[in-house]
Design a protein around this ligand. Structure first.
Ligand code: FPP
Length: 240
């Protein structure tokens, strides 16, 4: 089935099953307007809500967003505190809408430094949306692709799995979200052409789509453009 939305031609059969997004540029957006960085994050959250809604309506199965990288802990304490509080607020605010829109939320990352109250709200949101069967929203918080790989190796060693039993299939079972397929499309805003330690194991054959637009300006129309461009690409996975 083909859909024409906002002048973009979307083929439902070719829709990416899993979209991953590096939501970059909140700080720069604020700086350009002479606003404090936190205002960029607030506007970023509004865009994130729209994005979740649009992906749900389109019928995308998985959406992974990079909310806070394991490297982000080195940011000024004030900004880290603001972001942690913002996550808690957004989660509390959004759960009723997620439930209503049939969205399941899950969190991935290395959580040892996440404050208890934030962790509690994350677990609560997962519990409240556990049985939702539409879009699965994965929020990467305190996430690093290399840390995820190292954590998987540790779990494998702890379980005593012998080397001859380790292949790609077994290894994937120890990642943070073992049941989730690799992303088909990775979108990055604000023009940087790198993957920045995001889903390192999973993105080896992911199609990259980069826009100079800063995250707080990322509209649903831009998402449709990214999907429409993706659908025109030929994916060969190393074949001919
Ligand atoms: C990067 O901008 C963006 C972030 C650190 C993500 C902030 C989080 C959200 C927008 C939404 C979180 C949503 C949920 C559901 C928890 P930056 O500060 O790196 O920008 P800069 O590169 O311009 O400085």
């Amino acid at each position: 089935m083909r859909l024409n939305i906002a002048n973009y031609d979307i083929d439902k059969e070719r829709l990416p099953r899993h979209i991953a997004i590096i939501m970059d540029g909140n700080g720069r957006w604020a700086k350009r307007r002479n606003l404090p960085r936190i205002e960029g994050h607030r506007q970023g959250v509004r865009r994130t809500r729209q994005l979740v809604e649009t992906c749900g309506k389109l019928g995308v199965d998985y959406l992974t967003i990079f909310a806070f990288s394991i490297e982000n802990w080195v940011r000024p304490e004030k900004e880290v505190k603001f972001l942690m509080n913002l996550f808690k607020e957004v989660i509390k605010d959004q759960v009723p809408d997620l439930v209503k829109n049939n969205v399941r939320i899950r969190f991935i990352g290395r959580f040892d430094r996440i404050p208890d109250d934030v962790m509690k709200s994350m677990r609560w949101a997962e519990e409240m949306t556990r049985d939702r069967s539409g879009l699965t929203l994965l929020v990467a918080i305190s996430y690093g692709g290399r840390s995820e790989i190292i954590d998987a190796v540790k779990k494998i060693i702890k379980k005593g799995i012998p080397p001859h039993r380790i292949d790609e299939k077994t290894f994937c079972e120890f990642l943070y979200a073992p049941d989730v397929p690799s992303p088909d499309l990775l979108i990055r805003t604000s023009g940087e052409c790198r993957v920045s330690n995001f889903l390192t194991y999973q993105t080896v054959y992911t199609e990259l789509w980069i826009t100079k637009t800063l995250w707080p300006d990322f509209t649903p129309a831009l998402l449709l453009k990214a999907i429409s461009d993706y659908e025109k690409r030929e994916r060969r996975f190393g074949g001919v």
